[in-house]
Design a protein around this ligand. Structure first.
Ligand SMILES: [Zn+2]
Length: 309
């Protein structure tokens, strides 16, 4: 008889939380998106998650008692070993929150918590654009610029909980200062807010990043240049990571990656220019395959893999 084991993954965002139920083979059985409203009150969060477990099992025609473990991804630094959310900027009250202990008591199954970019990296590594590569870097471009590093097939976290934080690689000599406490961070140049500000300076009023992407795809030169500049900066920052950790593939995802080839090609060209001869052109730059689902799928896969260690 087939293994009935089930694993749940939740990708907790400031506005929405995406939840998925997978089976023993990692197949998606059912998924849903719920509002994150009220999650500052932790019992509300636990109750919503428990309700979602019930609904997703029912919709998949599976039994709640076959749920083996739960993985939760959050947009902030995590102490994975101790199951602590260190801090979140977009959900109040989750500072040094022992999420694992808290949820475990309520859901009555093992729980794991992980940074959301690391979850995305794990998903792309197992099921997406980095599949088959033991060393990969995944970058997610959005409001924040996150990153996850897969080394020897494992998520690299590091003792300071910031492994793969490529968004805070400094690229600006004189700033601007960053909410992280650093200055000149990549995120301050290619995060949504920075790109939107640059769009306002470059294009007519009210043009969104999506519209600039559409124009670039249609061949508009100014729009292409806009994304090429962003890609060039990203590629230069990534060259630093490549020379430190030696990933074979770099996967770029997140909303901004919708700009498509023009951004990826510029990043790849910039990476090639800054790379040592022996690796020039050998590091692949790919678009993420799993889109917005990567975080929740990664969280579920994390739970599954942790249970089979
Ligand atoms: Zn920063």
């Amino acid at each position: 008889m087939a293994d009935p084991s089930l694993y749940l993954g939740a990708d907790v965002g400031g506005t929405f939380t995406k939840i998925v139920l997978i089976d023993h083979d990692g197949r998606v059985l059912s998924k849903e998106t719920i509002s994150s409203r009220g999650f500052s009150r932790k019992p509300v969060f636990a109750a919503r998650l428990e309700e979602a477990v019930g609904r997703l099992c029912e919709r998949a025609g599976r039994r709640r008692r076959d749920l083996i473990a739960v993985g939760v991804g959050v947009p902030g630094p995590v102490d994975f070993g101790r199951g602590l959310v260190m801090s979140l900027t977009n959900i109040r009250g989750w500072t040094r929150f022992p999420l694992v202990r808290f949820l475990r008591r309520r859901l009555r199954v093992p729980v794991f918590v992980e940074n959301d970019a690391n979850c995305m990296a794990l998903a792309e590594s197992r099921r997406g654009a980095a599949r088959g590569y033991a060393y990969a870097l995944c970058v997610t471009l959005g409001t924040g610029v996150g990153g996850g590093l897969i080394l020897d097939n494992k998520v690299y976290r590091g003792p300071l909980f910031l492994g793969g934080e490529v968004g805070h690689i400094p690229v600006g000599e004189k700033g601007p200062s960053c909410s992280c406490g650093g200055a000149g961070c990549l995120e301050r140049f290619v995060g949504n807010a920075a790109l939107a500000a640059r769009a306002r300076r470059t294009f007519e009023k009210g043009l969104t990043l999506e519209e600039i992407s559409a124009r670039a795809r249609a061949g508009d030169r100014r729009a292409r240049k806009f994304w090429q500049e962003a890609g060039t900066l990203i590629g230069r920052a990534l060259a630093g990571v490549v020379h430190t950790c030696g990933p074979e593939v770099i996967v770029i995802g997140g909303g901004v990656a919708a700009a498509g080839r023009v951004l990826l090609d510029a990043a790849a060209a910039s990476l090639r220019r800054h790379a040592m001869n022996q690796i020039k052109g050998r590091v692949k730059v790919r678009k993420a395959l799993l889109g917005n689902d990567a975080g929740m799928i990664g969280a579920a896969l994390l739970a599954k893999e942790q249970m089979s260690l």
